[in-house]
Design a protein around this ligand. Structure first.
Ligand code: ATP
Ligand code: MG
Length: 580
């Protein structure tokens, strides 16, 4: 997918050898000495939810660019809106970034720590006649602001003297007024074609305790005012954000100019740091939603078991499901950084997960839909142990022993009564390889009165130990098995896409929750070789031929994993959709 819906401006698409357009932008600044050679970026999440795969893209970009240029990347909690923020979110954000493989070192900041300075700047703006207290209601404010094609209307208090505004602003801070009764606005240009420039709100009254500053404040700065101040105070040189902020950039620059006027820009390496903002397109994924508000709704209304439900697009859910951090990083790199609006196919993320797990995951044998296979020429009480390769892609992965006995379990789908010629698995009269063990020829089957398969019978070739062909005869089919007597039965959750619709938000007349996939979690069991019971959360394995699975970090007990399917071996979803 990834099809461009908008044509990028030509200067946004840098040739590959210079990296993407943001890398080019930073590189030019470094070369011109504009920032004294410094590259300082930041990742600024609001602690009002868990991080998702879209954030991962921003994290890889922010931390990645800093690392590339030998600079620093700050983690800053953009906690300027007290109503939805919490320490739980803040702590999980840190955990997720670390897990993804990035570190901010000593550069941890929080907007709330800068509230005093922001307030001070606001008072200075008032005194220089660049901000005023406005008493318009929110509806009035909106209608006065107008539409881009014609000038807006000035607030009645726009030209009141600074002393009056300062007094009101201080009383706002002191808690004399109710939420929404008044606000502080910048005095910029009510006729600007950019409506974000029409005297934007800088501070609003919110009588809500903040998770860190408690009751200290009842007025809180708006994002557009706070963000450039945070960047400037931290000495950030390159501030990268998603495209919706592009129209806010003139305001960002306006705030930076005001800070410059009052001498509040930082000097580093002998150069005054003037933070600059650039925008890239956000990552969207098919079959999921990425808005924190909508994800929260799924959690609160219990459509999923929590933010870390393995079907969620959050980092913690992906970790729980068994996605390796390296796969997420590679995926973020592969989707690139552009200004194209696009919807990336979920299968691309799964491909990255498969590619990584193929290299790292240990292989185990497990049967999901078992039928008994009885080796008639094998002693009842004998157990043999065959050597099995842990990972054919990794020479250092070693071997393990797999128990083998007279009665095995194999997949029901590996037998056919009337097989087509090209079916190389089990059928009466045909020979297959039992992975790592021996060659086996099916002689007959036992069915019940309804024609359901109960037992597959046959004989093994005693010369074929380990599954090698004794006389070089060709045996095309290889199937997996477990010894019935030794098998451990373990719970498995087979996950599918969370939403069956490619874009659950496409139809605005319908609730996105209508498009939830009712089959997104099917609970089954696997009958596995004993070694599989030792698998730990965070260590996905491959059940050969069946997919990658990872023990759930919440529901597993020592020696008794509950497996989450991380990803199938092949892209079965897309195939299924194509088949209708
Ligand atoms: P909300 O959904 O609450 O509006 P948000 O998803 O923008 O918020 P923030 O915590 O403000 O969440 O995001 C932190 C950073 O991550 C921002 O710089 C934002 O631009 C970036 N970001 C958020 N979503 C995506 C996405 N889908 N793709 C790339 N970057 C993203
Ligand atoms: Mg945001």
């Amino acid at each position: 997918m990834n099809k461009p819906e908008e044509t990028a401006k030509t200067d946004d698409t840098a040739p590959p050898e210079t990296g993407h357009f943001l890398q080019q932008w930073i590189s030019d600044d470094v070369a011109s000495g504009k920032t004294g050679g410094l590259v300082v970026t930041r990742f600024p999440p609001e602690p009002n939810g868990y991080l998702h795969i879209g954030h991962a893209k921003a994290i890889c970009l922010d931390f990645g660019m800093a690392a590339h240029f030998g600079g620093e990347c700050h983690l800053r909690l953009d906690d300027t809106n007290p109503s939805k923020e919490s320490d739980e979110y803040a702590e999980n954000i840190k955990e997720d970034i670390h897990w993804l493989g990035f570190d901010w070192g000593e550069h941890f900041y929080s907007a709330a720590d800068m509230f005093d300075t922001m307030y001070e700047i606001a008072e200075k703006l008032i005194m220089s006649g660049r901000a005023y207290v406005c008493r318009l209601s929110q509806e009035e404010w909106k209608s006065y602001r107008g539409v881009p094609t014609s000038p807006g209307k000035e607030s009645p208090t726009r030209n009141t003297p600074p002393e009056e505004n300062l007094d009101l602003f201080r009383r706002m801070r002191a808690g004399e007024f109710a939420d929404g009764e008044m606000c502080l606005r910048a005095k910029i240009d009510m006729a600007s074609p950019n409506i974000h420039f029409r005297d934007p709100v800088l501070y609003r009254i919110i009588h809500t305790e903040h998770y860190h500053t408690g009751k200290k404040w009842c007025i809180y700065p708006m994002y557009d005012f706070a963000h450039p101040i945070e960047d400037a105070l931290e000495g950030v040189t390159h501030s990268m954000c998603t495209l919706e902020f592009e129209v806010h950039r003139p305001l960002y620059d306006w705030v930076i100019d005001r800070m410059d006027e009052i001498g509040m820009l930082r000097v580093r390496n002998g150069v005054k740091i003037r933070p600059a903002q650039r925008e890239f397109s956000r990552l969207n994924l098919t079959h999921t939603v990425m808005s924190k508000r909508k994800l929260l709704e799924l959690v609160e209304k219990k459509f999923v078991s929590g933010w870390d439900d393995p079907r969620m697009p959050t980092i913690c859910a992906m970790r729980r499901r068994g996605y390796p951090a390296a796969a997420i990083r590679k995926f973020c790199e592969s989707v690139g950084v552009t200004k194209f609006k696009s919807n990336t196919d979920f299968s691309l993320l799964e491909d990255a997960v498969r590619a990584e797990l193929n290299k790292t995951a240990q292989r185990r044998l497990g049967v999901f839909d078992p039928v008994r296979l009885i080796i008639d020429n094998y002693p009842v009480d004998k157990t043999e142990y065959f050597d099995a390769v842990n990972n054919p892609e990794d020479d250092s992965g070693g071997m393990r022993k797999v128990p083998f006995s007279k009665v095995l379990l194999v997949e029901r789908a590996d037998f056919m009564k009337d097989p087509p010629r090209k079916f190389y698995r089990l059928a009466v009269g045909r020979e297959v390889r039992l992975r790592y063990a021996c060659l086996f020829t099916c002689t007959h089957i036992v069915e019940n009165e309804n024609g359901e398969l109960l037992e597959i019978h046959g004989t093994m070739d005693p010369q074929s130990g380990g599954g090698t062909s004794p006389d070089g005869r060709v045996v095309k089919g290889t199937i997996h098995w477990v010894s019935e007597r030794h098998a451990v039965k373990l719970p498995v959750r087979q996950y599918e896409r969370l939403f069956s619709a490619e874009d659950p938000l496409a139809d605005e007349t319908r609730d996105f929750k209508e498009f939830l996939n009712p089959g997104s979690c099917v609970e089954t069991f696997v009958y596995a070789e004993p070694e599989a019971a030792k698998t730990l959360p965070g260590e996905p394995i491959q059940f050969e031929r069946m997919g990658y699975f990872c023990p759930d970090s919440k529901d597993s007990l020592p020696g008794a994993p509950v497996f989450n399917r991380t990803v199938t071996l092949r892209d079965s979803w897309t195939k299924k959709q194509a088949a209708g």
